[in-house]
Structures are given as structure tokens and as C-alpha cells.
Design a protein around this ligand. Structure first.
Ligand SMILES: C[S@@+](CC[C@H](N)C(=O)[O-])C[C@H]1O[C@@H](n2cnc3c(N)ncnc32)[C@H](O)[C@@H]1O
Length: 278
């Protein structure tokens, strides 16, 4: 909590200001609206302390605020829309004694919010189905933003003779695992893995070289990455996403394939057209 003195209202005698203010202590309340994920309850903290409650709203009371002062609190929502995505949404709210404020934590702020998607590998047979949908051949350069252990690069290079695989991952442990795996599979010389963030256009440079993108990254991150991807990709490039769409970019085809494990897998295909370049 940060406090800023803003003066007492309605007092005439300057000499009495300090005394009068000190006596006027009141609470302030905030009704905080949060996203309901259906997977896990959203956790809300104020200055690091978790608020009690469940559902779409939480109530915060700041007790004993001195009249004439402003108090700034750090509020944070930790949202888990599914078992692989964690969104941290930090905000600040400034209160005065007697306030009954509202704070909406349901809307995204692209600059402030942090999204972390953990590694969940795509099964090998589904990678092969994605490669088939993208019609990967020996002239293709395949890019995977959020490559994990690089299965989506190793399979096309090893099994289909793709020219090159380029992967980035934000997690240095996954970068090391991907490099080790490419070496173990004997395709290290054709696969370039670097540590990078798919939300950083510079780190996404591999997209400009790619003729095919294979991706599995979740709705929230995918939507944020989509404009960068569309900007960098060449016309004619094919994008196949395992399960998730890429924001409001409408896929040209969506298919459901049966996995070796008996589960259904949804795959989306886009082919970059001249007019779609941003
Ligand atoms: C669901 S896994 C998919 C891995 C691989 N593409 C596959 O399908 O097997 C998502 C991967 O993206 C990485 N990742 C998450 N956020 C990222 C970001 N902002 N930039 C780059 N990689 C990220 C994670 O570390 C994880 O390895």
C-alpha cells in the first residue's frame, strides 16, 4: 500500500488540519469483478494477501483510512482458464476513506497481463497428421513458436525430409531438451532452437523464413501472437494449429482426426494470402 497526503476537505483552521484529519478514520471498500474460468477459482490478492471468496466477485475492505489521504493498493488476479495456462493480471487502485469503489479484472491488458503456458507435448501421430494437412515436403522450412521438445520440427525433418526446422521456447529447460532431442534423433544440423518469446516480434524472426508453421499454444497466447505471425509470414505459407484457433483469424479448414490413443484431435489450417498480410 502506498499513501499520498492530499489534504483534509472542509476544514478552515490551518492549524487544526493535522489534528482533525487524524480523528477522521474510515474504511473504504472495493468490489472486484473477476473472470470465472470453470477450471480453477480465480485467486485475488491485495498487497500480496489473498482475499476470501469464490465466484465472479470479491470484496476488499481497507480499514482505518485517514481522511485526506490517498492509498494505493496492488491488486492481482491469478486466472487459470485450463490446466496449462496461468494468467497473472496486476492492477492498482487508489482509495480514499469512505470510498465504495469497483474494479473490473475481467478485461485483458496486453501490456500488463502475463500469460504462461506450460509444456504439453503433441502426440507424435498427431504431429504427423498436422504435417499431412500442411502438405510438408522437402523444400519446406517449418517453424514452431513454443516448440517444447521440438517434436513438431524433428518429425517433419526426419520423416518427411523437410529442409529445416526453427523453434523458439520461453523456457530454457525446454530449449535444452529440444536441442538434446534433435541431436539424439540425428537431425541437429537441420534444426535451430533458440530461447525466445512468441510475443516479441524479434524472437519470432523464424516466421519470416518459414513456409509452414506448426503450433500448439493455447487460445490466449495464440490470439496475442496471431497479428505478429500474420505480419511475418510469406503469402502461401501454411499454418496448422493443434486444437486452438489464432484469435479472430478464421481458419480455411478445420478437421478432426482420431489419435492412436483413441481421442479426437481438432486441427486448424490457414494458408496465408496476400490480403491477409498485416
Ligand atoms: C503446449 S506446449 C507445445 C509444445 C510443442 N509445440 C508441442 O506441440 O509438442 C507450449 C510450449 O510453449 C512454450 N511457451 C509458453 N509461452 C511461451 C512464450 N511466450 N514464448 C515462447 N514459448 C512459450 C512452453 O514453454 C511450452 O514448451
Amino acid at each position: 500500500m502506498r499513501t499520498v497526503y492530499v489534504g483534509c476537505v472542509g476544514l478552515v483552521a490551518a492549524a487544526l488540519v493535522g489534528v482533525a484529519c487524524a480523528q477522521e478514520k474510515k474504511s473504504a471498500t472495493v468490489t472486484i469483478t473477476v473472470p470465472e474460468s470453470g477450471y480453477k477459482e480465480t485467486i485475488v490478492t491485495v498487497d500480496g494477501v489473498e482475499l476470501k471468496g469464490t465466484g465472479a466477485t470479491r470484496e476488499f475492505t481497507a480499514p482505518n483510512l485517514e481522511a485526506g489521504k490517498e492509498y494505493t493498493f496492488k491488486v492481482e488476479a491469478r486466472i487459470e482458464p485450463n490446466n496449462y495456462t496461468k494468467i497473472t493480471r496486476p492492477r492498482e487502485i487508489t482509495l480514499k476513506a469512505g470510498d465504495a469503489a469497483k474494479l473490473d479484472l475481467t478485461t485483458e491488458d496486453k501490456k500488463l497481463d502475463k500469460i504462461v503456458v506450460r509444456w504439453v507435448p503433441t502426440p507424435v501421430d498427431i504431429v504427423d497428421e498436422m504435417a499431412k494437412l500442411a502438405k510438408i515436403g522437402k523444400n519446406d522450412v517449418v517453424f514452431d513458436p513454443g516448440c517444447g521438445d521440438a517434436v513438431m520440427l524433428i518429425r517433419p525433418v526426419k520423416e518427411l525430409g523437410a529442409k529445416k526446422g526453427i523453434g523458439i521456447d520461453i523456457d530454457p529447460k525446454m530449449v535444452a531438451a529440444a536441442k538434446d532431442k534433435a541431436k539424439a534423433e540425428g537431425v541437429a544440423e537441420k534444426i535451430v532452437i533458440t530461447e525466445g518469446d512468441i510475443l516479441n516480434e524479434k524472437d519470432m524472426a523464424g516466421a519470416a523464413e518459414a513456409t509452414v508453421v506448426l503450433v500448439y499454444i493455447g487460445d490466449d497466447l495464440g490470439a496475442r501472437m496471431s497479428p505478429v505471425l500474420q505480419k511475418l509470414l510469406k503469402p502461401g505459407a501454411r499454418v496448422v494449429s493443434h486444437r486452438f484457433k489464432l484469435g479472430d483469424w478464421k481458419p480455411d479448414r478445420t478437421v478432426t482426426v482420431k489419435g492412436a490413443d483413441g481421442d479426437d484431435y481438432v486441427l486448424h489450417l490457414w494458408t496465408v494470402k496476400e490480403k491477409e498480410k498485416k
